[in-house]
Design a protein around this ligand. Sequence first.
Ligand code: GLN
Length: 488
Amino acid sequence: MSNELCFSSVTELSARLADGEVTSVEITRALIERTESVEPRVRAFTHRDAERALAQAKAADERRAAGEARGPLDGIPISVKDVLASAGEPLTCSSRMLENFVSPYDSTVIERLKRAGVVLWGRLNMDEFAMGSSTENSAFHPTANPWDLERIPGGSSGGSAAALAAGEAVATIGSDTGGSVRQPAALCGVVGLKPTYGRVSRYGLVAYASSLDQVGPLGRCVDDVAVLLGAIAGHDPRDSTSVDVAVPNFAAEAREKRGPWRLGLPKEYFGDGLDPEVRAAVEKAVDFYREQGCEICEVSLPRTEYAVATYYIVATAEASSNLARYDGVRYGHRSEKASDAIDLYFHSRAEGFGQEVKRRIILGTYVLSSGYYDAYYLRAQKVRTLIREDFNRAFEQVDALLTPTSPVPAFRRGERTNDPLAMYLADIYTISANLAGIPGVSIPCGFTASGLPIGLQVLGKPFDESGVLAIARTYEQTHDWHTRHPEL
Ligand code: GLN
């Protein structure tokens, strides 16, 4: 019974809570027990507080008993990447720099989740400051892929995807700057959505690259991420980049929109470097859409070849500026060794940041420095505009694009840690969406012969999350990949 609760969808649990078949305390307790048994092998969390979660679950059950249930998420446990501020909870970004930091306030996303009545179940591991594609850059410990414990779960929201796949969470929140929700979702066999830039408030999201960062939900099925997106989306005066557009009922719209759609296959996303098993699974999914009456056509996004380079200039430039705030003075790690102020900055940052974060700060400082700014940063901004134009042009022809989410299935731990470039290439199909600001979802579309999940990515027009979700849902309705679980 209890494992069955852990592998239920939010939609199922919500219905059972409403029918009085199960309580929030029972669900929460099941997750706590499951986590205790598998977490030593998976290591998806940075922090858990079972008592606090049970107290919130009890409060939700009491609201329900009093006829005051707040909606579909009331009493549902949600686990959150350790990058979103939640009052009274640790906020570490999996960094030594913030190892002992407890957030004094709620991010807008947490505030909205609380208002919806969720139970906050733990903080999830990630690559330090969201920089990475494998969760090996966590300063605390790597997270394992539940489908093969020797392999990485993807990143940077590796904890968010692994916890879900392992049945330690029923739905989670991640953040996506270059693919960090979609890529781990693909590698762990779950659904992950990156909303349009500006759809979800970034207030209280620790900044990595502010012009690219978006918070996104991960779930067992498309309906779950649609419901979660509905809860966290919407204009927020505290984030000047959040956009004041209506928040539709994503779940209802995703159910109602039926197609057939015009779907584009960007030819640059099916070239060299694509694993043959991933290609075969994605092509099979494409065939499904064709059989459904969708018109499939090849499109071109000619600037794709510059996307990785552009991203690693823009993202590191912004990161170098954002991370300047960790100076050992106001908060975060403070070195004991310092003798004066400059020395304090120097030692605190040298001790607090990991290797990849330092690499990014150095790269970002370099591309912004006088003499190099025009050659790198300014040029990257121009190429970014061209990449956005590629998508605009494609969307004149088609409703959405179908691509692989990741060129390869989950790789082995340690396999790419000494080769930053190989690691950066893990994001080749996801980062363009962040540069263009468009929404994208990854859904399970098969397994390799050795049993590793494969993800299909659907990319859509700005603010057309409903369309993207509807297309994904159409596939999900007649395939059962998303209902499979790893043996743990
Ligand atoms: N892997 C990419 C990076 O390291 C993207 C990470 C993310 O989306 N946060 O920057």
